[in-house]
Design a protein around this ligand. Structure first.
Ligand SMILES: Nc1nc2c(ncn2[C@@H]2O[C@H](COP(=O)(O)OP(=O)(O)OP(=O)(O)O)[C@@H](O)[C@H]2O)c(=O)[nH]1
Length: 325
């Protein structure tokens, strides 16, 4: 596919993985969002991840919701293919995210979207004639892009991750890590980890969900590396006679998939290889379960069926989204 990434300002991309169509029985298998301010390289990373270029021109808006006077949320979907695996890519644009003079509540559209997916799933589960496989549009992971400032977390980062971390698995990454030296990168990563701890931000993989000692050893290695310092590109360069995905800098080619150069490969492996199933399990068993219990308790307490708590078009009221926090 050709790349036509005329990406509007702030976006959150949700990627749903599909098995090849001949095996495909249900729709979404896995989805995650890429969130962060404009220009941090989210679209580039999507292209890097699948080594295929994504056209956003061929997409159809399927979700549009007025959140407030200033924030307008819209999502669009794409089907892309990587080595025979079909993936549906839904991009949720949240113009205004982190770009206002007053960024208060800029996370609301994303919180609302995440909760709506839980609500949809819950309604399907509660149906008398429920489907054998409930279509799963839940967000299994939110990759949050931090600008490579080399300083500390900004208030908007703290606030976003603190809130979202309670309802979805968050994986923070340092965007455009090639703009930092290796020493700066290490120091920045250390500061961010301190900041995360000091602010009580829970990022994936969380210690309390390690299943056994083996899990703990594997996850400890990931925790030591978080946030992953990533570099994205869709360009290939010749290195020692091989074509590699890389970024040309004044110091030479940064090979995106070389772990000695950056941690893109660690992020990719976590998301779509080693931890894909675990992310789904944590979403279902922890985040969705918390949502489900809370909603059913609310309904029982009010003596109401679930449906009156939602708006006619199936979207959650603002207060519902907030109350899950
Ligand atoms: N140095 C460097 N530049 C990058 C990297 N990734 C992307 N860029 C460049 O940064 C610019 C913005 O990249 P995008 O992928 O469009 O960023 P985005 O976050 O999707 O931006 P919005 O669509 O505005 O939200 C482009 O010129 C990219 O080539 C990276 O890892 N390092």
């Amino acid at each position: 596919m050709t790349s036509i990434l005329c990406v509007p300002s702030y976006l959150c991309a949700v990627i749903k993985f599909y098995p090849p169509f001949y095996k495909q029985k249900s729709l979404s298998l896995f989805s995650f969002s890429l969130t962060g301010q404009s220009g941090l390289g989210k679209s580039t990373l999507v292209n890097t991840l699948f080594k295929s270029k994504v056209s956003r021109k061929s997409c159809t808006p399927n979700y549009e919701e007025k959140i407030s006077k200033t924030v307008h949320l819209q999502s669009v979907s794409h089907i892309i293919e990587e080595k025979g695996v079909k993936m549906k890519l839904t991009v949720i644009d949240t113009p205004g995210f982190g770009d206002q003079i007053n960024n208060e509540n800029c996370w609301e559209p994303i919180v609302k979207y995440v909760n709506e997916q839980y609500e949809k799933y819950l309604k399907e589960e509660l149906n008398v004639n429920r489907k054998r496989r409930i279509p799963d549009t839940r967000v299994h992971c939110c990759v949050y892009f931090l600008p490579a400032t080399g300083h500390w977390l900004r208030p908007i980062d703290v606030e976003f991750m603190r809130r979202l971390g309670k309802i979805v698995s968050i994986v923070p990454v340092i965007a455009k890590a090639d703009t930092l030296t290796l020493e700066e990168r290490l120091e920045f990563k250390q500061r961010i980890r301190q900041d995360l701890q000091a602010n009580g931000i829970r990022v994936y993989p969380q210690k309390e969900y390690d299943e056994d000692a083996e899990d703990r050893i594997l996850n400890d290695k990931i925790r030591e590396n978080i946030p992953f310092a990533v570099v994205g590109t869709d360009k290939e360069h010749q290195v020692n006679g091989n074509k590699v995905l890389g970024r040309k800098t004044k110091w030479g080619i940064i090979e995106v998939e070389n772990v000695a150069h950056c941690e893109f490969a660690l992020l990719r492996d976590l998301l779509i290889r080693s931890h894909l199933q675990d992310l789904k399990d944590v979403t279902h068993n922890i985040h969705y379960e918390t949502y489900r219990v809370k909603r059913l308790n609310e309904s029982n307490a009010n003596g109401l069926a679930l449906s009156p708590l939602t708006l006619e078009n199936g979207t959650l009221e603002k207060s519902d989204a907030e109350s899950h926090l």
